[in-house]
Ligand binder design. Structure first.
Ligand SMILES: Nc1nc2c(c(=O)[nH]1)N[C@H]1C(S)=C(S)[C@@H](COP(=O)(O)OP(=O)(O)OC[C@H]3O[C@@H](n4cnc5c(N)ncnc54)[C@H](O)[C@@H]3O)O[C@H]1N2
Ligand code: MOO
Length: 396
């Protein structure tokens, strides 16, 4: 049995980034840039107005209040370049090119217009007011976004401003889920005595989709070693990462370990000092990763978020690989015994985190209400209300 921290280090060691692919910018939210993006244009592209109003020359020797003749108009998208004459103003709109010679824009709310003249109180106008200068945000040739950046909606909007259509990103992994167990029945089918509805694949698929993994294959297998070997072999050939569920403990029908050995998957670790999820297995074959998750549903999902999730993120180039983590006061007392660290299902509020009722590894009812995991090391077995505990935020 190994420590959680060692298990997590091993995952970092074995999860190497996938290849680079070119994607449409508009379809790359949640992907990671595989190259620096250099600004091919300055932004703003040209010096322009930030307000609807009047472009003026803001000369030092101007008197406080002046009537200026409106010389013409500059609207957004207009090609014509205007030369602003002394003592005149140009009617201008937000995003429109600033006339040559103009040094400030006055908002229309601050002027009085009469016919073709405007009265402006120049005392209230600062030099450069309401002007967006060419290249103020970024100059041509600067790095717009460095390699390794996560493409958020903001990042995509920023890159679209350069007229970019495609970006080089790291490919997302193909993931297979193989659920094992003779007792499992698909939803919609009748149940015989002793059978239960199979629920881990729906849960794990949902967690993968939330992480933007879309190339997913799901299969199920009976407690039959030959069938397990055949299906696992096929999935290891297709996927970048395979998740099995169940059959990894010590029972007579737990064949996953034997199938893994038979297929020559290298064991990186088996069994972690944690509750739930002790019998977690992580291995590698020819660069493909295999996680054998314990079948108990809450154990499966805890192992997914604490171990599979960072591996997935490493595969597609993320730097922030773990669930967001910070310390918060516990809202309730909690205690446990034994040498294993614990992950609890918790409800995070602005005041603190509440360990939820029903922490058993078969119980998903608490997981359905949880928005966080609480990590308690074996050295923190007595938690009192107000004690700080480590919280791992679940993706919402
Ligand atoms: N003698 C011992 N028994 C067990 C140990 C141990 O150390 N010694 N460890 C226990 C722990 S801890 C866990 S966790 C489980 C893990 O067992 P498996 O990975 O072999 O899982 P299964 O036995 O196949 O299933 C466990 C439980 O979960 C249900 N299950 C499985 N798959 C699904 C699914 N896809 N959807 C819904 N429910 C599923 C299954 O019916 C069982 O109830 O082993 C303990 N035993
Ligand atoms: O480790 Mo098991 O997941 O405690 O039930």
């Amino acid at each position: 049995m190994i420590e959680i921290s060692i298990a997590k280090e091993k995952i970092v060691e074995y999860s190497t980034r996938l290849e680079v692919e070119s994607r449409l910018l508009t379809a790359s939210a949640g992907y990671v840039l595989a190259q620096d993006i250099i600004a091919t244009l300055p932004l703003p592209l040209f010096t322009q107005s930030a307000m609807d109003g009047y472009a003026i020359r803001h000369d030092e020797d101007r008197v406080a209040e002046e009537w200026l003749t409106v010389q013409g108009e500059s609207k957004a998208g207009s090609e014509r370049s205007i030369n602003l004459e002394a003592g005149k103003a140009v009617r201008i709109f937000t995003g429109a090119p600033l006339p040559q010679g103009a040094t400030a824009v006055v908002m229309q709310e601050h002027v009085t217009r009469q016919g073709d003249r405007v009265k402006i109180n120049l005392e209230n106008v600062a030099d450069g007011a309401h002007i967006r200068y060419q290249g103020q945000q970024i100059q041509k040739g600067e790095v717009a976004l460095p390699m390794g950046s996560l493409l958020s909606p903001g990042a995509i909007g920023f890159l679209a401003g350069f007229g970019i259509t495609h970006v080089a990103v790291y490919r997302k992994p193909k993931v297979a889920i193989l659920v094992t167990g003779d007792e499992l029945v698909d939803a919609g089918q009748p149940l015989k005595p002793g059978e239960i509805y199979e629920s881990n694949s729906a849960m794990l698929e949902a967690a993968l989709l939330k992480e933007g993994v879309e190339d997913i294959r799901i299969d199920a297998v009976h407690d039959d070693k030959a069938e397990l070997v055949a299906k696992l072999d096929g999935l290891l050939k297709w996927a970048d990462l395979v998740i099995t569920s169940g059959g990894i403990s010590v029972g007579d029908y737990d064949y996953v370990g034997e199938a893994i050995d038979h297929l020559g998957v290298q064991t990186v670790f088996y069994k972690v000092k944690q509750r739930p999820g002790k019998p977690l297995f992580f291995g590698e074959k020819g660069g493909k990763l295999l996680f054998a998750l314990p079948g108990n549903p809450a154990s499966s999902l805890v192992c997914f978020y604490e171990y599979v999730f960072p591996a997935l993120r490493l595969l597609y180039g993320r730097k922030d690989i773990h669930l967001q983590s910070f310390r918060m006061p516990s809202l309730k007392a909690y205690s446990f015994k034994g040498e294993r660290d614990e992950f609890l299902k918790g409800l995070l509020t602005p005041e603190g985190v509440m360990p939820l009722y029903g922490q058993e590894s078969f119980a998903l009812r608490s997981f359905a209400l949880a928005n966080a995991l609480i990590y308690l090391p074996a050295s923190q077995q007595q938690v009192l209300p107000g004690d700080l505990v480590e919280v791992h935020v679940l993706p919402s």
